[in-house]
Design a protein around this ligand. Structure first.
Ligand code: NI
Length: 188
């Protein structure tokens, strides 16, 4: 296993649409190793998700997972580590919800992004089995952020109000959502 270098904003790989994987590829040692490397890389950087293009692999593959305790997201429960391959999103509730998003590929910045609050994701797992997850609230935003990476999109593309774009220090000083706010925060 190895920690991989994370592509940063400006690298063309982040703007490419990832290629779908075949069942044969999914079960190959190369992809199994890539997923292990992505898990190690995500843990190293303290992310809650990582998409293959972020480690310079233009593929329809992402991982998502976070703990509820000892994390930066104590109010959002936990999500077991999930490997998502060739995903398709269906919006179940288009009502917009807002989170301050960050991204390992856009370090030290946060931006407020509105996304649908409930979605279903149909995908293949690491064994090539068809799966579906219904995600709402925080988890729905996490999935949409990660799966955007597979389409060459970044959270900054989804921002509607560039006055809600801040360096981490300034975000923490001026913008951290209060208890009564309907905004949340996440960094992938
Ligand atoms: Ni990201």
């Amino acid at each position: 296993m190895a920690i991989r270098k994370v592509a940063r904003l400006g690298h063309p790989v982040l703007r490419q649409v990832g290629r779908e994987l075949t069942l044969g590829e999914i079960r190959s040692p190369e992809i199994q190793r890539l997923v292990q490397d992505m898990i190690e890389t995500m843990e190293e950087y303290g992310g809650i998700g990582l998409a293959a293009p972020q480690v310079h692999e233009s593929l329809q593959l992402a991982i998502i997972g976070y703990e509820d305790e000892n994390s930066r997201y104590p109010d959002h429960g936990k999500q077991p580590l999930t490997v998502v391959i060739n995903p398709k999103i269906t919006v179940l509730d288009a009502t917009a919800q807002a989170f301050w998003e960050g991204c390992l590929s856009i370090p030290e910045l946060r931006g407020l992004v509105h996304r649908p609050r409930k979605i279903r994701i149909d995908f293949l797992d690491l064994q090539g089995m068809q799966r579906a997850i219904v995600a709402e609230d925080f988890l729905a935003t996490v999935f949409q952020h990660e799966l955007d990476h597979l389409q060459g999109k970044l959270f900054v593309d989804r921002m509607e109000d560039m006055t809600k774009f801040a360096f981490l220090d300034e975000y923490q000083k001026y913008w951290v959502p209060g208890d009564d706010s309907d905004e949340g925060e996440l960094e992938d």
